[in-house]
Design a protein around this ligand. Structure first.
Ligand code: ZN
Length: 491
């Protein structure tokens, strides 16, 4: 049987968070407004209306290009992409054809410890279309559609990868990375479920070892990372079945049906020349100065991959833990704030960073999932977390009590120290109190004592367990162990 190699390229559209639209001054927040209220002659596509380039959008696309290691064109221009559809007000979309703002970049992925570089062909500027909604008239039973033009003209950045992706998992990672980068840059909400981050996949297969590409199929309508993954897996298998049974893959656009878990044929794929691209006569070409680019470059925030590497070094965290913490810059900020409070206010040592990382990744994440509240929006502040770690490190409470305290802080927002008092969770640190409990436990367990005397050192552990039980876990096991051994030796 012939083995086939997947060849995948992704096209991702991200809406920018600029205040106004791409070519007019309408408010670009199209979601929080009554339909067709954020419109003007430009985004309605009225004849004679003249567009103007949004400078903030160009700044955003330059930031994206730099973050994706692209070169930024000094000379760029806009082109009309012509096609007709009811959601396209002008009958053309103002996009970029042969001179995009950003060219030739790459993104490094880390998949199960091995790194993989995916080439980025281009990143260009375009505009969103109006929103259609489809309805059925309850009386006549006839279908009809409504158009909301608020979204028309909202800036879109399209990023096109090279066909370097070799599996559905690589595609998923690539999208997650890109989403994280956009959020770090603060240029897009990049929410897939709201439609501000959309992905089309070009998928083909070829016999292993063959240089030439197979016929590619474009997949649309994938609304989550999971559906991108599933759609690509499905399509790879479908194409392999077609080829294995002697058939030929047709070049076409297919749509993913989430509930059925299949792709279906939508139409034969258009070629670029079907769009009759030509230069936009109403907009001047863009000239982007080197100074402006270097100014933007110097103001870029620390990017996810750099932050991840820094966390590994600075806090001695594993790659896995670092990437969990840096997947969201807000969680990364939360973590670092807590670490600095732990050292400055609670005077904890370097190791506390590891504890804070662990508690953030495990217990806090668990609570955040349980209550569907982001960690940084929860009542547990970075200060609370540092205080909790301090209570544990100073043996005021043990780890199991720490979990109870954290759960309580998550709900009430009370300071950990107060919660410890309120719930009476403090460890018994009074040694005479502990001493008398140890004496009782020893007198009640003569067999364990005899075992210890005959050389079975594990018997001491059993006695520690009995003391922990008697104190409902409120004793420090290593302190208890010390007292027990002292008593046993003197017997
Ligand atoms: Zn407008």
């Amino acid at each position: 049987m012939i083995k086939y190699e997947p060849v995948i390229g992704l096209e991702v559209h991200a809406q920018l968070k600029t205040a106004s639209k791409m070519y007019c001054s309408c408010n670009s927040d199209y979601q929080n407004a009554a339909p067709n209220t954020r419109v003007c002659p430009v985004c309605l596509g009225l004849p004679g209306a003249l567009p103007v380039i949004n400078r903030e959008a160009i700044k955003s696309i330059i930031m994206i290009g730099l973050a994706l290691n692209c070169s930024i064109s000094e000379y760029s221009k806009f082109d009309r992409k012509n096609y007709t559809y009811p959601d396209l007000m002008k009958g053309y979309q103002v996009s970029q054809y042969d001179l995009p703002v950003c060219l030739d970049g790459y993104m490094d992925l880390s998949i199960e410890g091995t790194s993989k570089r995916i080439g980025i062909e281009r990143v260009h500027m375009e505009e969103d279309v109006a929103k259609l909604s489809h309805h059925i008239d309850s009386v006549s039973g006839q279908g009809y559609s409504l158009v909301d033009v608020n979204r028309s003209g909202v800036p879109l950045v399209e990023m096109v990868s090279r066909p370097d992706i070799r599996s559905a998992e690589e595609a998923r990672q690539y999208l997650i990375n890109y989403q994280t980068i956009l959020r770090y840059l603060g240029v897009s909400t990049a929410n897939m479920d709201e439609g501000s981050f959309r992905c089309d996949a070009n998928v083909s297969i070829r016999p292993e070892g063959q240089k030439e590409f197979g016929t590619k199929v474009e997949i649309k309508n994938m609304n989550s990372f999971r559906s991108v993954f599933r759609a690509i897996e499905y399509e790879l298998e479908r194409q392999s079945d077609v080829l294995s049974s002697g058939g030929r893959v047709t070049q076409e656009t297919r749509g993913w049906l989430e509930d059925k878990g299949v792709t279906i044929s939508l139409r034969s794929k258009e070629e670029a020349n079907d769009y009759r691209y030509f230069p936009e006569p109403d907009l001047p070409p863009l000239s982007i100065s080197k100074n402006w680019v270097s100014e933007i470059a110097s103001s870029l925030p620390e990017l996810p991959s750099t932050k991840k590497t820094r966390f590994m070094k600075q806090y001695e965290l594993s790659e896995y833990d670092s990437s969990l913490l840096t997947n969201s810059y807000r969680i990364a900020d939360y973590f670092e704030k807590s670490v600095s409070i732990a050292s400055e206010e609670f005077e904890l040592g370097k190791n506390s960073a590891k504890s804070i990382a662990n508690w953030t990744i495990t217990e806090l994440t668990k609570l955040s999932n349980e209550y569907s509240i982001e960690i940084y929006d929860s009542k547990v502040t970075p200060n609370h977390l540092a205080e909790l770690i301090s209570l544990i490190e100073k043996n005021v409470i043990g780890t199991p009590q720490g979990k109870t305290v954290l759960a309580e802080v998550f709900v009430s927002g009370d300071a950990p120290t107060r919660v410890v008092e309120k719930l009476g969770l403090a460890q018994i640190s009074n040694s005479s109190e502990l001493d008398s409990i140890v004496i009782t436990v020893i007198s009640e367990n003569p067999n364990a004592v005899a075992d210890y005397k005959s050389g079975k050192e594990t018997a001491a552990k059993f006695l520690v367990g009995q003391v922990m039980k008697a104190t409902q876990g409120k004793a420090n096991p290593s302190v208890v162990s010390g007292i027990i051994v002292e008593h046993l030796k003197s017997m």
